[in-house]
Design a protein around this ligand. Sequence first.
Ligand code: ATP
Length: 477
Amino acid sequence: MAELTQPSSAKATAGEMEKLVSLCKRRGFVFPSSEIYGGLAGIYDYGHYGTLLKNNIRDAWWSAMVQYRDDVVGLDSAIFMHPKTWVASGHVGGFNDPQVDCRKCKSRFRADHILEEFGVNIDDKTPVEELNVHLNKLREEKKLKCANCGSTDLTEAKVFSLMVKSNLGSPTDALTEENVVYLRPETCGGIYLEYKNTVDSTRVKLPFGIAQVGKAFRNEIVARQFVFRTREFEQMEMQYFLHPDMMKEKYEMWKETRHKWYLEYGISAEDIRWYQHEKLAHYASEAYDVEYNFKSLGGFKEVEGVHARGNWDLSQHSKFSGVDLSYLDEKTGERFIPHIMETSVGLARLFLMFLDKAFVEEEVKEGETRTVLKLDKRLAPIKVAIFPLMKNKPELVEKARNIFDDLKMKFMCEFDDNGNVGKRYRRQDEIGTPFCVTVDFDTLEDSAVTVRDRDTMQQERIQIYDLESYISNKLNA
Ligand code: ATP
């Protein structure tokens, strides 16, 4: 799919994105899916280091949202859900994006994105008729052109469903109303469906949250910008159930909690901001997005939504299923349908955000530059790389292997004896490894190793028996 070319800022950073994409491929973070068959648009695979980084980000979110709290419990619900789920939620028939096609070269664009790039004030609640009014104005002013071929022959905007259909049962059955199922477009649907079982099976009392991480699928009109917008992606969502009187207080609490999380993992305050939605869904009382200033995407883009959703979700599922989803407050005797406050973030968007933040090219000495991922040490895929100074000295290799065997039980480690030490440092810099440990001839005499710090490139001699606590302390500093 072609991309629009209007914003000069996006052009200016195309190089940044290319560098990230290239590093991700070269170093085994992210690959285009099904590449040997020519690829599949908007779908990516994560290689060894990408999987480790993604899992670390997921675990950091999970610890903050579930492990370190006593008011949020976990869930892992199925991707397939009863077809009525998405009718009740309004997704069937209502989960659409506006699409514009170029009649000449068949490129496809999102109408709202075209208008945003021209600075027109619209959002995802703006009806398609209103979008067409704006598009027609641009057309009259001769500003509306296909970014791919320059043709002015673009269609009107029309709605395009983002729901991905599948079918269950015999593979030879035709798709009928009974067997059509959707791949979930968001993970929170499963949370609403398991709200009652969670209340009945755990000792949670309002206010409380249910968190889950899982795959979601959207037939995005234009899947582009690397892993920022894909057709298969992971969401990390938390739905917080509460009495409406508590909404204001808890909404502020969650906004602050989520904001702090970004700062804690090294995102600077000036690189994130809140975007407030002006047009809200009829059931919502407040909606903010966290936006991060992507160097690779030319500016601030949404990474997370924090939304006050009223009692719409549980009311709808109660109505469509016929099951009472009200909550009885034992203290006050009041029975009501809980209201919901949600935090929703895409794991791949965080992945891209942390890479965007960490990617640095710096001069190490005259005429020599290095590429380094200055990731928060806790998120780094590999924490320690262990090298014997020389590959062909069995006594060094054996010692280094012993250290690797000890440390690998505590940290994600890598043993590397390939090439000269300088080259090994560069390789580890590119995947963001905070510590490199080298075993040399002195080690055989003094039982100490050289530890080199990724960011400062300073080297220290550390006794082998101190190594584990030295690394632990630095990782958690
Ligand atoms: P956008 O406006 O960018 O399409 P959205 O407002 O539709 O996003 P939500 O439905 O609120 O997004 O989803 C919550 C989060 O899920 C988003 O903030 C984003 O991090 C992530 N997300 C949504 N769609 C995608 C996608 N196609 N690829 C990757 N992540 C996504």
